[in-house]
Structure formats: C-alpha cells, structure tokens
Design a protein around this ligand. Structure first.
Ligand SMILES: [Zn+2]
Length: 76
C-alpha cells in the first residue's frame, strides 16, 4: 500500500501494472497483474506523486496522467 495511513478497503484505489507494462486504475479490484493500493484522498495522491510512490511500487515510469486520473476520482 502506497499511503502510510490506515484506510478502509472501500476507500482504497487499486492500481495495476498489466502484462503489457501499462499502469491502469482498477476500479473493479479484479484486474490481473501486479497491484498497488492508494487511499482515495487528494492529499495522499499528491504526496504519492511527490515521493514517486507508484514508480517505486512498480519499478517503472508512471505517467503524470495516471496521477491526474487518480485525482479526478479522489474523494476529498
Ligand atoms: Zn491516505
């Protein structure tokens, strides 16, 4: 889990790296591939982007658009 806070599972957003190496937001929690979780708060997503948390979780480059998409579905 990317965020250090504890969060209820339903607040978490799952992000997966699929077999093609693409990073996708998994709103079904069921996509195959390596997954990482981030909580659905704008602040945490911003922090994660600053710390390159997803890059580290997936060991690859993560486009800013992924973080932007996360921001659009964040709750607060
Ligand atoms: Zn958080």
């Amino acid at each position: 889990m990317v965020c250090r806070e504890r969060a209820e599972k339903e607040q978490l957003i799952r992000i997966v790296k699929n077999k093609d190496g693409e990073i996708a937001i998994d709103d079904t929690y069921k996509l195959p591939g390596r997954g990482a979780y981030i909580c659905g708060k704008k602040d945490c997503i911003r922090q994660a982007q600053k710390r390159r948390a997803l890059e580290r979780a997936f060991s690859c480059k993560v486009e800013a658009s992924v973080y932007e998409e996360l921001q659009t579905i964040a709750e607060v």
